[in-house]
Write a protein that binds this ligand. Sequence first.
Ligand code: ZN
Length: 71
Amino acid sequence: MNKFNFQCCFCNEGIAENKVDPIDISIIFNEDMLLKTGATQDFWAHFYCLQEKLHPYMKGYLIRTDKENEH
Ligand SMILES: [Zn+2]
């Protein structure tokens, strides 16, 4: 039985569940509300991996900053 139910879209490793992981990254593709042409897609990731990929300026917008959440 697989210990991990989620796989990180940045590092391709399994994600053990904890206080903040896994995180869900939802993408909405150029949605037109009137024509209902939008599509969505979800990715799973480690909080730490997302934090590392973000531009330093954007990291300040992350709500969670748990230092203990490093893998
Ligand atoms: Zn990762």
